[in-house]
Design a protein around this ligand. Structure first.
Ligand code: FCB
Length: 468
């Protein structure tokens, strides 16, 4: 028998994000966010897709919660749209927006599902971007006010509060490479954004501690598993640099209370970091109950030798501007397949490696896989089903990789599949489908793919058939 058994209490969940599923972009007082502006700008998203309607979850939330319950899931990770709660990003709250999330949380609790709420999954109110966005310190202060409003309203009905989803993407894709909203390409602004996101995390974390003392506090990071192209010292240096930008720029302040010295040195030509004020790094290091880990694939780097053709296959979209501020001599190399429809290489061992590293560096911090999943070109078969074997295989292998880390002593509390539903995949629009439930965008009909049935079995039995 090759069954792997997960411990009792291991949390099985699924994840979504507000702008990717809700639609109802101009309903009930919601204000515009940077993703409304960006997706409505010609040329920014594939096929010009926008989140105006998305999976219409704003109107279908009750039946979507019924799907979550029918899947037998313990928890649901969703995000709250700041511009629904505070349409302009500051000032009075929009009660209709607060009420929507309050009903959602109650609906989850009624169904016996733990609400795991993310305060920010990339949808900054446009008014705040007009005032400078995340490169401005004031945005962090406004974020703390927003946290006060929504955490005050939902409190510890929410089981786990997550301040940010993947601040790496907000800072570097939003302000350096420009492949995400707001689409700016200003290296210094990206580093300022890194800092103000870290600061905002600490400020909001303290608000959560005060207003929802019984809830758990977390943040979700997309930590990169970075490998060198060779065992040369030059390639080891490429790993060190990218690790500083991708991983330690957040782990440092959030968990150790300080930016790593090599990050500051590597980026000295871009900025002197004087926007970091005394005490900010300590503020960022609010104690966490659990760290959320998003994992999809690995990264392969080398230091450019000055002659070879440059390569920028970092998996984060195409841009003439690099996301890797201050790492001008680092090349990102294509990796061996197989690949998902995103072009991302499939490498489950990278997840085990990442969990082991985090456990080694932060042995007392429990971990949670808050996203993992795959886009494939699904087809509805003549029998009316979606036989998404490759997604099932991807999930099975990554969940087994999670178990490998647990068997080696890593404290992993749960796993959330990305995603519950097909949805608006940012710059790739509706073209890339990550759901275990298919969404027919013409009718908004939901259809369980084979992966949903498979995941239901896992979530209700805690048993994974490792080698079917
Ligand atoms: C992550 C995002 C999530 C989704 C997946 C595929 O970076 O957090 O919203 O787009 O990638």
């Amino acid at each position: 028998m090759s069954d792997v058994v997960f411990p009792e209490g291991f949390v099985w969940g699924s994840a979504t994000a507000a702008y990717q599923i809700e639609g109802a972009a101009r309903v009930d007082g919601r204000g515009p966010s940077i993703w409304d502006t960006y997706s409505h700008t010609p040329g920014r998203t594939l096929n010009g897709d926008t989140g105006d309607v998305a999976a219409d979850h704003y109107h279908r939330w009750e039946s979507d919660l019924d799907h979550i319950a029918a899947l037998g899931l313990d928890a649901y990770r969703f995000s709250i749209a700041w511009p629904r709660v505070q349409p302009g990003g500051s000032g009075p709250v929009n009660q209709a927006g607060v009420d929507f999330y309050s009903r959602l949380v109650d609906g989850l609790l009624e169904r016996g599902v733990q609400p795991v709420a993310t305060l920010y999954h990339w949808d900054l109110p446009q008014e705040l971007e007009d005032a400078g966005g995340w490169p401005e310190r004031d945005t962090a202060l406004r974020f703390a006010d927003y946290a006060t409003a929504i955490v005050g309203a939902l409190g510890d009905r929410v089981h786990t509060w997550t301040t940010f989803n993947e601040p790496w993407c907000s800072a570097y894709l939003g302000y350096a490479s420009g492949v995400h909203a707001p689409g700016r390409t200003e290296p210094e602004a990206a580093l300022r954004a890194v800092h103000h996101l870290n600061l905002a995390h600490g400020l909001a974390g303290r608000v959560i501690r005060d207003l929802a003392p019984a809830a758990r506090l977390s943040v979700t990071l997309n930590l990169h598993v970075i490998r060198p192209a060779s065992d040369s010292a030059a390639d080891a240096d490429a790993v060190r640099r990218t690790d500083a930008l991708a991983n330690r720029a957040f782990l440092g302040p959030m968990l150790d209370g300080a930016y790593p010295a090599d990050l500051l040195a590597d980026t000295a030509a871009v900025t002197d970091w004087s926007f970091v004020r005394d005490g900010d790094e300590r503020t960022a290091a609010v104690p966490l109950d659990v760290l959320g880990v998003n994992y999809y694939s690995t990264t392969l780097v080398r230091t450019w030798d000055g002659v070879s053709a440059r390569s920028s296959a970092d998996g984060h979209g195409r841009s003439a501007h690099s996301a890797w501020v201050g790492a001008d001599r680092v090349d990102f190399l294509p990796q061996p397949g197989p690949y998902t429809a995103m072009g991302w290489n499939i490498e489950p061992a990278g997840l085990t490696e990442l969990l082991l590293r985090l456990h080694r560096e932060y042995p007392d911090l429990p971990l949670m896989i808050t996203e993992n999943g795959a886009a494939f070109d699904d087809v509805v078969s003549p029998d009316g089903a979606v036989h998404d074997d490759r997604r099932v295989d991807y999930l099975r292998r990554h969940i087994a990789a999670t178990h490998d880390a647990m068997a080696a002593g890593v404290d992993v509390r749960g796993y959330f599949v990305w995603s519950l539903l097909d949805n608006f995949e940012w710059a790739y629009g509706y073209d890339r489908r990550f759901g275990i439930i298919r969404v027919d965008y013409d009718t908004q009909e939901r259809l369980w793919k084979d992966s949903a049935h498979w995941y239901q079995h896992l979530a209700t039995t805690d048993r994974l058939d490792r080698h079917p």
